[in-house]
Design a protein around this ligand. Structure first.
Ligand code: NDP
Length: 399
């Protein structure tokens, strides 16, 4: 039916490639392109359970002309960008130039400024619309499925949604004293940034990890959760009409926070370049180089993730609360595709987004966030492709 170009060859790309390959009636040709072709070949050599034609290529996606060249040679119908957020704009430029649909799972961030904002990517709206193509932003789990869960709640259960708490628990254990479960540089930039949430029309900024609570996650148990800023808050605050408050919470173990504090206090998480023996190095990039590769955590990680949305609002004049979540088991993800659950929960939705675009089920021209589409076909596909969801109509609530 269609051709997909997957850019990046890390943990998430591995899952996207496996899931597209398993769905060969939709994706009959796949190209995996990344900075190092060896990593693309490694992924290709592990693919089973399908019959798509799979190519690989070397690509520096920071260079838009090189992306254009590859798109012209391979002629994909859709590009799934699962490299790093720094490459988003050069890949979007190439998609506009060549008239190809675009999907990513994390919003653009300038390398020198740790600031998540959609503004740079939303500026492409007219260019994508004029070309008659779509950019689907943030189609992983969070952002991604969390936005779909909110759109689904809005469509089926609420007249008005007043409050959303997105709660993300990773109760997996990889056995290392300290490691991050997706790209360490992006992960540490996110966690060490100021917290932020939206209340009564205003953004309230907090010191990093200064607001803490406890949530009893189904199938995972009670966990400490910390308020963070997360990019889907920005689009959901606009797209869920009548919303009064939205917050994002993530679990961190005391061990992870102790290590992070030490690394921060000694300057290892800084993105300011320093002079070292005549060379300029960025401490966080150096730290990334010595931490375990998240793509290699799969085999060691045991336990579950639970990510979902606790939603409160009104239906037929009555107050209503609703919790929708997915539980994923690290070991099962590894058994199926050779990656841990964080990569799995990101890669499956990216494949589903591409499938809905290729099938013409999600069809609009311009730049969009996932909650701007009909959630039903996506929700059905989540159950079919490995991310079953659960509902609770009298959940525990957060203060
Ligand atoms: P990895 O670091 O494992 O993989 C990133 C890949 O991109 C690597 O293969 C890397 O190459 C490649 N890459 C980096 N720079 C370039 C470049 N200039 N040109 C071509 N390829 C490049 O990260 P993950 O797989 O863990 O994450 C991928 C994306 O998914 C990230 O943007 C992350 O933020 C996002 N994400 C989203 C989540 C969600 O729920 N929405 C959750 C988790 C992740 P090399 O191997 O040579 O370094």
């Amino acid at each position: 039916m269609g051709k997909v170009l997957i850019i990046g060859a890390g943990g998430v790309a591995n899952v996207v490639a496996h899931k597209c390959y398993q769905n060969s009636e939709v994706f009959d040709e796949i190209c995996i392109a990344s900075r190092s072709i060896e990593k693309c070949n490694e992924i290709r050599n592990k693919l089973t359970g399908g019959n798509a034609n799979v190519l690989t290529d070397q690509l520096d996606a920071n260079n838009s002309d090189l992306v254009i060249g590859l798109i012209k040679r391979f002629k994909p119908d859709v590009v799934i960008n699962v490299a790093l957020p720094y490459q988003n704009l050069s890949i979007m430029d190439a998609c506009v130039e060549t008239g190809v649909h675009y999907i990513d799972t994390a919003n653009y961030e300038p390398p020198e400024v740790p600031k998540f904002e959609y503004k740079w990517q939303w500026e492409y709206r007219d260019r994508f619309a004029k070309k008659g193509i779509m950019a689907l932003l943030g189609c992983g789990f969070d952002p991604g499925v969390t936005g779909i869960f909110c759109a689904y709640a809005q469509k089926h259960y609420f007249d008005e949604i007043h409050s959303i708490d997105i709660v993300d628990a990773n109760a997996g254990d990889h056995g290392y004293p300290f490691a991050t479960n997706f790209n360490p540089e992006i992960n540490i930039r996110e966690v060490t940034a100021n917290g932020r949430y939206f209340e009564n029309g205003q953004w309230i900024e907090t010191e990093p990890l200064s607001i803490k609570s406890v949530y009893n996650f189904p199938l995972v148990g009670p966990k400490n959760i910390y308020l963070l800023y997360h990019e889907e808050l920005e689009s959901l605050a606009i797209n869920i009409k009548g919303l009064k408050r939205i917050r994002f919470w993530m679990t961190f173990s005391d061990n992870y926070l102790n290590y992070l504090n030490v690394l921060k206090n000694v300057g290892m998480t800084s993105i300011e370049a320093i002079e070292y023996e005549g060379n300029k190095i960025i401490p966080l990039k150096f730290l990334k180089a010595i931490l375990p590769d998240p793509a290699a955590l799969g085999q060691r990680t045991k336990g579950k993730t639970n990510i979902g949305c606790i939603i409160q609002g009104v239906k037929n004049g009555e107050p209503k609360s609703y919790y929708i979540y997915n539980v994923c088991i690290h070991e099962e993800c590894y058994k199926e595709v050779g990656s841990q659950a964080i990569s799995y929960t990101t890669g499956v939705p990216a494949m589903i987004g591409a499938m809905l675009i290729l099938k013409g089920i999600w069809k609009k021209s311009g730049v969009f966030n996932v909650e701007e589409f009909d959630p039903d076909p996506f929700m059905e596909a989540l159950n079919k492709f490995g991310l079953e969801w659960n509902e609770d109509f009298s959940p525990d609530l957060l203060d």
